[in-house]
Design a protein around this ligand. Structure first.
Ligand code: GLN
Length: 292
């Protein structure tokens, strides 16, 4: 029986891209390349310099299975089970939000504060509320070996993922997790409190992109009727857990700058800055303990 000609790397990449294009996926080229490279464990250089190399039939089955999942709307990083955030490779699980590049804006804005705190105190205690895969806490921890972090989440599964990520990044000895809602399991004072809480209004969850709606955990998205439930909970106790000179950095929805600012000002904090994301939308706020 005649064997079909082996599929080559370049033919497979092209076939994937064409199917993703035909399905109307927004980034067919990037998705095809990433799925192919990661699944075969090869580099972009391998692909470019050896386009005619045949693909091992066993691996081809895995690539095809993953391609079908993508065609059904599952995001590439969910399929791969990990995503890079702030240069760190983070494992994902069913109960962790997929970290987004927009969230890096908050980390970036906190860098000078973290450095100043460490210059002054020789240490920086970080608290990440609703940590998910650990993105915010681990990105901040990676900046300086004198920083330490406590991360909370209501999901034990998310905390397992975050702890595994910390260990894999060599940050495990400076990272502790506590299970519970917002500040409930937390004791003590922190220099930087961060959170990317659920902030989507319940009524518009159904309008989110299929990648988000069906693959990110609802718990990490649903901010209640007006989308502000998590901010109310955080604002209520933030001052009890802020060290002198401490600050709070929050991701927010594109239309929540004024509402969230009002909640934290009522709680006695002062807004230090409002940050826009890569698309020019309001995306994060930083508050300080009001010195007055
Ligand atoms: N940024 C997420 C989105 O794409 C929402 C994340 C959140 O609620 N914290 O909709």
């Amino acid at each position: 029986m005649a064997e079909a000609a082996a599929m080559t790397l370049s033919a497979l990449q092209k076939q994937m891209r064409k199917r993703f294009e035909a399905a109307g996926l927004p980034t067919p080229r990037d998705d095809a390349r990433l799925l192919l490279l990661e699944t075969l464990g090869i580099s972009l250089t391998d692909l470019v310099t050896r386009p005619d190399e045949p693909v091992d039939p066993a691996r081809l089955d895995v690539v095809n299975a993953r391609m079908e999942r993508r065609l059904h709307g599952e995001p590439v990083h969910r399929i791969l089970g990990h995503r890079e955030f702030y240069g760190l490779q983070l494992g994902l699980s069913a109960e962790t939000l997929e970290p987004r590049p927009d969230t890096e804006v908050l980390v970036e804005a906190l860098v000078p504060y973290l450095r100043r705190i460490i210059d002054e105190k020789g240490a920086c205690r970080i608290l990440d509320l609703g940590t998910g895969a650990g993105a915010l806490a681990l990105a901040l921890l990676s900046l300086d070996p004198r920083a330490t972090a406590v991360a909370t989440d209501v999901s034990a599964n998310a905390l397992e993922t975050a702890s595994a990520n910390a260990a894999a990044l060599g940050l495990g000895d400076r990272f502790a997790v506590l299970e519970g809602s917002w500040f409930a399991p937390v004791e003590g004072l922190f220099d930087i409190i961060v959170s990317n809480p659920p902030y989507i209004r319940t009524s518009v969850i159904g309008e989110l992109a299929v990648e988000v709606r069906e693959h990110d955990p609802l718990l990490a998205l649903d901010g209640g009727l007006d989308g502000l439930d998590a901010y109310r909970a955080i604002a209520a106790s933030a001052n009890d857990h802020l060290a002198p000179g401490g600050m709070v950095g929050l991701e927010i929805g594109f239309d929540q700058r004024e509402d969230v600012t009002a909640l934290f000002e009522e709680a006695g904090l002062a807004r230090l800055s409002a940050l826009k994301d890569l698309g020019g939308n309001d995306r994060a706020l930083i508050f300080a303990r009001d010195a007055a």
